[in-house]
Design a binder for this molecule. Sequence first.
Ligand code: NAP
Length: 340
Amino acid sequence: MGTTTIVDMNNISFKDLTTFKTGGNIKYYFEVPSEKDLVEKITFAKKNNLPIFIIGGGSDILVSDKDFDGVVVKYTGKTITEKDGILMAEAGLEWDKVVEYAVNRDLQGIECLSAIPGTVGAAPIQNIGAYGQELKNTFVELVAYDIENEKFVTFLNKDCKFTYRDSIFKTDQYWQKFVIVRITLKLSPHEKPMVKYDSLKKYLTSSVDHTLEEVREAVIKVREEKLENWLNMPNAGSYFKNPIIGFNKKTEIEKIFPDVMIYPFEKYYKIPAGWLIEKTGWKGKSLGPVKVSDKHALILTNPKGKGKTEDILKLADAIKTDVQKMFGIVLETEVQIIDF
Ligand code: NAP
């Protein structure tokens, strides 16, 4: 799997490896294309008593501005195979390449997850989701390297404890303890695509019989228009989670804002965090060198990569305080904050 070259780089900082374009310098950075190379570099770190940080596309993390006196490892194996709808992809592949590959082979199940930034390895950590589709719906299993016990292990779907944009890999016990090297999905050959959200329907020309390709194109278009592309506007997607509220809070908000869109979520309700932020007036506003996106209030941006992690944290705190004052709702961070 992959080639056998280990890319070994000096003078790299988290700024170069994250889509927020912030973070401190890194002592050792290795890109490893195979399981053998991965084990070699993890062993090096352990033998030298150096802390280890595993990185993927760096698209869902906000890393401390402090220097990291340890080893950062990126798994870069990119093999992808499929037979009878069972798709296997290595962790280093860009997630969107998997969606493209599946749609080209007429395999249904992940078309709404088009254009989500990040790697295959990061997808289960966050249980990526969009327009009503979630990774957990098609996920079969993953293989990961257990850093502490020095062996490869398999996690089945149920072992990953997937919930809304969450998995076991975000808990303290599992976070940064396993290096995901490949995942397996079960997709549905020749099935019709799934279109649930009105925000997506608006981008489809006809109302019935869409092809997977049409849905993929619509998702790419809506994301281009409504979200920020980190290549020209550094960001890490949704900064906060959509809060889950009870019936009383829902009624209270609907009385004051009859236009609010609140969605049922299990036994509770989900209110878009972007809408709450917009109501506080933060959309498009700057604080020092960082800014809330003009397009989508849930996205905090680092225009021109001039801001630091510290600046983004200050902006997030100011937003949280205002949302809490106005609605009595405490926003939770969706992006992983990394401090050393
Ligand atoms: P949108 O489609 O305008 O909807 C706004 C919010 O309302 C979303 O958070 C969505 O919840 C919820 N919603 C809309 N229609 C719904 C329905 N029929 N049933 C239940 N909930 C509904 O949202 P958007 O901000 O442009 O994003 C589109 C999709 O991409 C969303 O699914 C969003 O979660 C996803 N996304 C994820 C990230 C990330 O970084 N994780 C970034 C951008 C967008 P859900 O969030 O539960 O879908």
